[in-house]
Design a protein around this ligand. Structure first.
Ligand SMILES: [Zn+2]
Length: 169
């Protein structure tokens, strides 16, 4: 996707995100309110208080067909366990208690926050197009941190490390 194409599509995606988050806002709860035992070893209390979760039967994704992004049809059909927009992530009900999934989506919250919406979406779309979902750089980062979490890594600041890693992208 060229930068020009991205610029055409970005306003639609941005508006879709605003509308989607507004529609789900009444059901959104802070991550902190769930008192997961391990997240606070890797994320600041501030982030856990600001980041929000919504449990859903199906994760909402932008309708790419309606905005002319045929190459992103895969994304629409992925049926993800979790997905993050800005400071809010959606998780399937039956995965609601999987702490590592919350951990993974929080990496994306940090990425959204540090990059800003436009840059996050441009990088994500580019990585997805070139490398596919699992090998796109922003997902590789999230999966690598998740693997450290799952191997009981000693506490560290995900926010600080992601900040450094984004500078190197
Ligand atoms: Zn992810």
């Amino acid at each position: 996707m060229t930068p020009e194409d991205f610029q055409k599509v970005f306003p639609f995606v941005r508006d879709w995100i605003s509308q989607t988050l507004a529609a789900h806002a009444p059901k959104a709860k802070s991550v902190a309110s769930f008192n997961f035992p391990r997240l606070s070893r890797y994320y600041s209390n501030d982030l856990l208080a600001r980041a929000k979760v919504v449990f859903v039967d199906r994760c909402p994704v932008p309708p790419p067909s309606s905005i002319g992004l045929g190459q992103f049809a895969d994304f629409e059909n992925m049926n993800a366990s979790g997905i993050t927009y800005l400071d809010t992530y959606f998780v399937l009900w039956h995965e609601a208690e999987r702490e590592s999934l919350h951990f993974h989506e929080l990496v994306h919250v940090v990425q959204w926050q540090l990059l800003g919406a436009e840059h996050f979406l441009a990088l994500y779309a580019d990585g997805f197009e070139k490398h596919g979902y699992r090998n796109s750089p922003l997902e590789v980062m999230a999966y690598d941190h998740e693997a450290r979490f799952n191997s009981n890594a000693p506490p560290y600041s995900v926010e600080a490390e992601v900040r450094q890693q984004l500078q190197q992208l």
